[in-house]
Write a protein that binds this ligand. Structure first.
Ligand code: GLN
Length: 498
């Protein structure tokens, strides 16, 4: 099989080719490892270990040759370096965890391996998943393959780069406030953040526990559905926030017309709500144009567009940037140089050791959030900031429920602009925070959200359409995205040179 074909195939196609012995897990692993090496300057990977990958591929080929079938048998995937793995180091993009080796695999990693996937390695990300451009990685920035002078988005930046540049057919990411959807949008690929609690958080280095959620990123919605079917499901003994909701086949609705619709208009009857707050001031004209063209395509597929309102959209920024740092300050307290993480070499006493270890190994953004989080949780400010933020969070979730009485799916832009230049927002954390405006409300409400490639904007950079469903509506969200991808080919476009 020619090299070209392997990285041009999606997950489903590759799995079928391996099962049919047109190629092998070993050939696929070698192919993608060679590509990862050839495109090292993109900064997608933090850890590769070809020996481990090839051993896993060999084992997958043996399973296949023994007549075993599994949905992802032999398919190479890569994981955001926030999932702990026993065969590769885990750093969460931080110097704090440099050289850390987990004794076990995260549940999501374990489940994908159980479905037959082979692991290519670990992907670059913002330190402890805090960021929007992958430029907060303590190791190296990742570069957007559509224009290497631009960010790929974050925090799952390495994940998005790997798929967009054909270094992996699909990857895992995590989304706390947009970190699957926004890099997917910036790199022109598809990603889904499921309902909070749908994928186990066991073995995911914690950032903000009430928001963190794992999900797949791939070229198409169909491939995301395949991965999500393997990743999701209850993990009640190991994750107290895991939902007791049976595992599902997320591919089951793909290609099916909605009830009462037909092949010509497969989405007939679907009401797509457009929040007026997502189309107002601040949204760049190029993104607005691409998103509206995608919505017009949806109308052709039979959907109707409905005007709705999510009145507290603006508040989601201050609310998120209180709750997420509060939880982060608590989660990161374990990195004290004793139980976990880097320990300073010279210190006077225990307190000095804590201070020096943490000051040396945490990056600027992480330290900023620890300080904000500690402040809003402190005596005297807790009620004014943290409790108030939690109250508004509840109202934001209620706004969505109100909106879902008028529509089945909510759509809008993923981000107000296309990917910015590396370094452009480095000195301005607030500019980064503001760019999260369209992804944060969904995260605060715990709803499933997707990013679907929807065309190109300024500088020929990809634009993502965001689709948000009600709780547990992942299958119909994926169906909605798939119908669009059957009618368009934005998700098949690849950056020149990759
Ligand atoms: N950009 C957001 C932040 O910096 C979201 C990150 C994420 O989803 N992990 O917190």
């Amino acid at each position: 099989m020619s090299d070209k074909q392997l990285h041009d195939m999606g997950v489903a196609e590759l799995a079928a080719a391996i099962a049919a012995k047109q190629t092998s897990a070993t050939e696929a692993a070698e192919h993608f490892l060679a590509r990862a090496k050839a495109h090292e300057p993109l900064g997608a990977f933090l850890h590769l270990n070809p020996e481990v990958t090839l051993a896993q591929a060999k084992a997958a080929d043996a399973r296949r040759d023994a007549g075993e079938t599994a949905p992802l048998l032999g398919v190479p995937l890569a994981h955001k370096d926030i999932f702990v793995t026993k065969d590769f180091p885990t750093t969460a993009g931080s110097k704090m965890l440099e050289g850390y080796q987990s004794p076990f695999d995260a549940t999501v990693v374990d489940k994908l391996a159980g479905a037959g996937a082979v692991s290519l390695g670990k992907l670059n990300c913002d330190e402890f998943a805090m960021g929007s451009g992958n430029d907060n990685s303590a190791y190296a920035p990742a570069h957007n393959p559509w224009d290497t002078s631009r960010v790929p988005g974050g925090s799952s930046g390495g994940s998005a780069v790997a798929v967009a540049a054909g270094l992996a057919p699909a990857v895992t990411g995590t989304d706390t406030g947009g970190s699957i959807r926004q890099p997917a949008a910036f790199c022109g690929i598809t990603g889904i953040k499921p309902t909070y609690g749908r994928c186990s958080r066991y073995g995911m280095v914690a950032f903000a526990s009430s928001l963190d959620q794992a999900g797949p990123m791939a070229r198409s919605a169909a491939d995301c559905a395949l991965l999500l079917s393997a990743m999701a499901g209850p993990d009640l003994d190991r994750d107290s926030t895991s939902l007791d909701h049976p595992a599902e086949d997320y591919s089951r609705l793909l290609g099916q017309p909605r009830e009462g619709a037909d092949a010509a208009q497969p989405l007939k009857g679907l009401r797509i709500g457009l929040p007026k707050e997502f189309f107002g001031e601040g949204l760049k004209a190029d993104v607005d144009t691409a998103v509206r063209a995608a919505l017009a395509e949806y109308e052709k597929l039979g959907a109707t567009l409905v005007d709705i309102s999510l009145p507290r959209t603006e508040l989601s920024i201050p609310v998120y940037y209180i709750i997420a740092p509060a939880e982060a300050s608590s989660n990161l307290s374990r990195f004290d140089g004793v139980k976990f993480g880097h320990r300073a070499k010279d210190y006077d006493d225990l307190l000095d050791m804590y201070k020096k270890s943490r000051s040396e190994a945490f990056g600027e953004e992480v330290q900023r959030r620890i300080m904000i989080g500690t402040y809003v949780l402190s005596h005297g400010y807790y009620d004014a900031y943290y409790i108030k933020a939690q109250q508004i969070r509840r109202l934001i979730a209620q706004d969505f429920q109100q909106a879902f009485t008028q529509c089945d799916v909510i759509a809008g832009p993923v981000a107000p602009s296309v990917a910015w230049k590396i370094g452009e927002n480095s000195d301005d954390p607030v500019a980064n925070y503001l760019a999260d405006i369209f992804t944060l409300p969904t995260s605060l409400a715990g709803l499933p959200g997707m990013s679907v490639p929807a065309g190109f904007g300024e500088g020929n950079m990809p634009v993502g359409l965001q689709l948000v469903g009600n709780y547990f509506q992942e299958a119909s969200l994926l169906q909605t995205a798939h119908a669009f991808q059957q009618a368009t080919d934005w998700h098949l476009k690849t950056p020149a040179g990759y």
